[in-house]
Design a binder for this molecule. Structure first.
Ligand code: GLY
Length: 354
């Protein structure tokens, strides 16, 4: 097993990493009960293994919320706080988030604000969570149709990344997670790009998972509060978040990673128009994205709505659209100013805009 330390979090990565949890709790948490936050899917697919690993050493209080990004809300955060209060939870108790990015984002926020901060631990169960969402201390809920509008940087005491959970993931969730692995390759590690498999529905090898996690760890280590370099992790996310939000409003299910793939496609085009990357390299990248992710058509989006959502992007400063854009496979710049016309014409190349 591999152990990393990142801004106050201990991160355990490896097959059977989960088995270390009871001993870790024994050494770091005084309480003999744990609160475990799950959604309706991870309650079925992951909680039984979690309970068996705990070997009755702890009283387990389960808090279940509905699955899906549209439930990453303040209302469900309030629900978690009410459940914690029902059990008179105190700061020295621990809230363990067992799930994908939605569960760790919401659970991290709920725990960080409860009584000014109770202990919390993440156990990511999706590829998206293992390679990205659970690492780096970003906690948030969506608010007024703005993704991650309410949140704070707050690190879990520990993170247990055990690939065993990938085995129970539906294929669509695996492909969703590959989006962040591919993003890590494009912004920082060409070797991952070169080693991508043919099948987007196959789990990554442990080695590839580790290399992808290493990108995230290095970037966050260098710039935890996203004052500069960490912004490269947002490649594909500026357009991606806007597309995701438009779909959330229209009730069409588009997963985060799926939106990010479209975002990477469009933002690569923006990079060409800003003379940051050669057209040849961009075509190579875009063709690979289209074939690897088996991209089909996206429904028509409204250009004004898109620009309105982009105006809410947290990276913007002084009403300028700021993007993180790749300059090569494995290299990325941040704070690149892009004009609305360039954004719209780049979107139009791949998505029909009304
Ligand atoms: N998921 C982007 C970041 O952690 O900064």
């Amino acid at each position: 097993m591999i152990i990393h330390h990142l801004h106050g979090s201990e991160i355990f990565i490896g097959e059977n990493a989960l088995n270390s949890l009871p001993d870790w709790l024994g050494a770091h948490v005084t309480s003999k009960r744990v609160f475990v936050l799950v959604d309706h899917q991870t309650e079925l697919s992951c909680l039984p293994l979690f309970i068996s690993v705990m070997h009755s050493r702890y009283e387990i209080v389960k808090i279940t919320i509905p699955a899906g990004e549209r439930n990453k809300t303040l209302e469900l955060c309030v629900y978690v706080w009410n459940r914690l209060l029902d059990y008179n939870a105190v700061k020295s108790d621990v809230l363990i988030s067992l799930g994908g990015g939605m569960i760790t984002d919401l659970g991290g926020l709920a725990a960080s604000l409860y009584k000014r901060g109770m202990n919390f631990v993440h156990i990511p169960t999706s590829l998206m969570g293992m390679t990205d969402a659970a690492i780096g201390g970003k906690t948030a809920v969506d608010f007024n149709n703005i993704k991650n509008a309410i949140g704070l940087f707050s690190n879990p005491k520990s993170i247990f990344i055990d690939p065993v959970f990938l085995l129970s993931l539906p294929e669509r969730e695996i492909a969703n997670g590959w989006a962040e692995v591919v993003k890590h390759s494009l912004i920082a590690d060409v070797s991952i790009w070169n080693d991508l498999p043919v099948d987007v529905f196959a789990c990554p090898s442990f080695d590839l998972l580790l290399r992808s996690i290493a990108v995230k760890l290095t970037v966050v280590h260098d710039d935890f509060e996203e004052k500069g370099k960490r912004k490269i992790l947002n490649f594909g996310h500026t357009i991606g978040h806007a597309i995701e939000t438009i779909h959330l409003e229209s009730r069409t299910v588009l997963l985060h990673g799926e939106a990010v793939v479209w975002g990477m496609l469009v933002e690569t085009e923006i990079a060409v128009k800003k003379n940051l990357i050669s057209a040849d390299k961009a075509i190579l990248i875009q063709q690979k994205l289209i074939t690897f992710f088996c991209l089909d058509k996206l429904k028509t989006i409204n250009g004004d709505q898109l620009i309105n959502f982009l105006l809410q992007d947290k990276k913007n400063e002084q009403n300028k659209f700021l993007f993180s854009l790749i300059t090569d496979i494995g290299n990325c710049s941040w704070n690149c100013e892009v004009e609305a016309e360039v954004i719209l014409s780049s979107v139009q190349k791949f998505i029909s805009v009304q």
